[in-house]
Design a protein around this ligand. Sequence first.
Ligand code: HEC
Length: 106
Amino acid sequence: MKWFCNPAAIAIACLMVPVCAPTFASMPMAADYGCVNCHGAYPRGESPSLEQLAGKMAKYKGDDAALAQKVAKYRTGEPLEHIDAHERLSTEAATRLLRWLAEGAH
Ligand code: HEC
């Protein structure tokens, strides 16, 4: 079992890592929202890895207007595949996660 599948490990990581503060997305947040189930070290099916996602999202770095448009599309599942884990995110959570990816997913 990977550490990020273990709720206790996530809780400990959250206590230790200041990036877990609510305004920042982080690996624990991606684990919490189930993103790593498909985009983690062993991507599921056709899912891009986190690294590939970071590459795709890099163009939105520092451009909040473009990021907001991307978030809106992403949450409706267009023109992508419909993925529940994407579509049930709030605008706020999706913005945080996509910004985190745009900044390199560290
Ligand atoms: C059930 C598997 C699954 C889960 C869970 C999942 N994704 Fe995805 N995700 C995919 C697949 C498959 C694609 C590729 C879709 C496509 O290209 O049409 C994708 C694509 C993406 C993209 C690329 C969008 C683009 O414009 O190319 C981003 C960003 C993304 N996912 C973020 C996330 C985040 C953040 C989470 C956690 C909230 C998450 N995903 C959870 C399967 C998943």
